[in-house]
Design a protein around this ligand. Structure first.
Ligand SMILES: *[C@@H]1O[C@H](CO)[C@@H](O)[C@H](O)[C@H]1NC(C)=O
Ligand SMILES: *[C@@H]1O[C@H](CO)[C@@H](O)[C@H](O)[C@H]1NC(C)=O
Length: 458
């Protein structure tokens, strides 16, 4: 029996080695493994780099995607070079580039480092690399070009006019926000006829078959406005998006549904929220973002609540409060009424970022960690949490019996032991990967000045 098992594992090992060799031969030329020499050798090249840690699960998931990214960038002849760096082996270099968690995807262009925060799919990553490595502001010389861009991009910004202080602000905002959107410039003649401008120069956003003009007095700072307007009015929400929307300070109205459930309650709620987003975009788009989300897992963790699907939640991204209705929404009018009640303050807000809520968050996260450890590996759970409990009981027993025993040495020894057990318990937390909803990273280093795109709120 033991021999069979031994042979089996040796064969498996051999197979693994071949796969790894093949893998390396295949990918070596498309994804370069970078080390300390990178700093001197990178020169003026544009680099797309995955900073990973060997032990991190999300990094392993990214690896095959990363190889595909490298392969495709090479095959289309992109000037962007694709690399990866073990950020634990070259930690000082990684922290110079502002790496604070794993995996971190960055595009390095000159002395700027752009963070990628979108979904980790091949197409999204490649689109990001094209956008950020290309021209900051792309000129639109003709109406045909304008129409072409309109077909290709769901959301994009256009500066209209000649040289001006507004244009300088636009360029400055674009140099930071190019990670999120496309920036163009055009002359007045090129703009479609349905666009009416009160004055030129102007900055416009085109989205949802509509356009909105930036108004310095109402909208405040230009990059703040771009950051708020860079999303379509209606979105299919997920954790990544909700995290990104946190920057906008808008209210986010979400239909939480089960996409697989074909019953009328679910499908109707989705069409109601789509209808409101579409019909009332002029009215609500300044303050609201609409969308639907499949399943309530993510939102339950975010709100620390158990929502019954289907339902509508409205999140206030500037103070983490949220609003829910305890009944079903019957039509668009009903939803509008709910929204208006939120705006005039007659619906009570829940959640928030008060001290009490933060305490609740700590307890909630601790509970989820324990539950998830028990779920993924009950034995490990017993070991991590059962053992300290056992030790504590022994300790209590020790204290109890020590009462009758005048010698305190026994007690101290037990205390020491339980303390070291608690240290073991804390370890797995440090090893968790960076998740968008936890908001923070594993290695707290000082913010790098080069790093143009760290979250302002971080
Ligand atoms: C679909 O949703 C309805 C209403 O929420 C629920 O009663 C029903 O059990 C769900 N069906 C399935 C297959 O989950
Ligand atoms: C959302 O939060 C901000 C900041 O606390 C607050 O000023 C605003 O009134 C809130 N909006 C609603 C609808 O509660």
């Amino acid at each position: 029996m033991a021999i069979v098992a031994g042979l089996g594992s040796r064969a498996a090992l051999g197979l693994c080695a071949t796969v790894i060799l093949l893998d390396m031969a295949f990918c070596k030329s498309v994804v370069q493994d970078l080390d300390d020499s990178f700093k001197e050798n990178r020169k003026d090249d544009i680099w797309l780099i995955d900073f990973y840690a060997p032990w991190c699960g999300h990094c392993k998931k990214l690896e095959p995607i990363w190889n595909e990214v490298g392969l495709e960038m090479k095959s289309i002849g992109s000037p962007v070079k694709v690399g990866k760096m073990d950020a634990t082996s070259y930690s000082s270099l990684a922290s110079e580039f502002g790496v604070r968690g794993y995996p971190t995807i960055k595009l390095l262009k000159g002395n700027l480092a752009y963070n990628y925060r979108g979904p980790r799919t091949k197409d999204d990553i490649i689109e990001f690399a094209h956008r950020v490595s290309g021209a900051l502001i792309r000129p639109l010389p003709s109406q045909q070009m304008f129409e072409h861009v309109q077909k290709r991009h769901r959301v994009f910004f256009v500066y209209i006019g000649g040289e001006s202080p507004l244009k300088e602000k636009y360029i400055e905002a674009a140099s930071e926000l190019i990670v999120y959107s496309y920036f163009f410039s055009a002359s007045e003649e090129v703009v479609p006829e349905y666009v009416t401008l009160k004055e030129v120069p102007a900055v416009l956003v085109f989205k949802d078959e509509n356009y909105f003009v930036y108004d310095e007095y109402e909208d405040g700072d230009l990059s703040g406005w771009i950051n708020r307007e860079r999303f379509q009015t209606y979105l299919t929400m997920d954790g990544f998006l909700l995290y990104e929307l946190g920057d906008t300070g808008k209210l986010v109205a979400i239909a939480v549904i089960d996409e697989k459930n074909a019953s009328i309650e679910h499908t109707r709620l989705k069409s109601i929220i789509q209808e409101v987003a579409r019909e009332y975009k002029g009215h609500f788009s300044r303050d609201f973002q609409f969308g639907h989300m499949d399943g309530n897992d993510y939102i339950n963790t975010l709100l620390m609540d158990e929502l019954k699907v289907p339902t509508v939640v409205v999140l206030n991204t500037s103070n983490q409060q949220y609003f829910v209705l305890d009944r079903q929404i019957s039509d668009a009018k009903d939803l509008i009424e709910f929204i208006n009640n939120i705006l005039d303050g007659s619906v009570e807000a829940q959640g928030g970022d008060s001290i009490l809520q933060r305490l609740k968050r700590v307890l909630f996260d601790a509970k989820s960690t324990v539950v998830s450890i028990f779920r993924s590996s009950p034995l490990m759970g017993c070991f991590l949490f059962g053992l300290p409990l056992g030790v504590i009981s022994i300790m209590c027993y020790g204290i109890y019996t020590a009462d009758t025993d005048s010698d305190g040495g026994y007690m101290e020894e037990r205390y020491e032991m339980s303390k070291s057990e608690f240290e073991i318990q804390e370890q797995p937390e440090e090893n968790t990967d960076q998740e968008p909803n936890s908001g923070d990273s594993t290695a707290p280093t000082a913010q790098e000045p080069k790093d143009v795109l760290e979250k302002k709120k971080d």
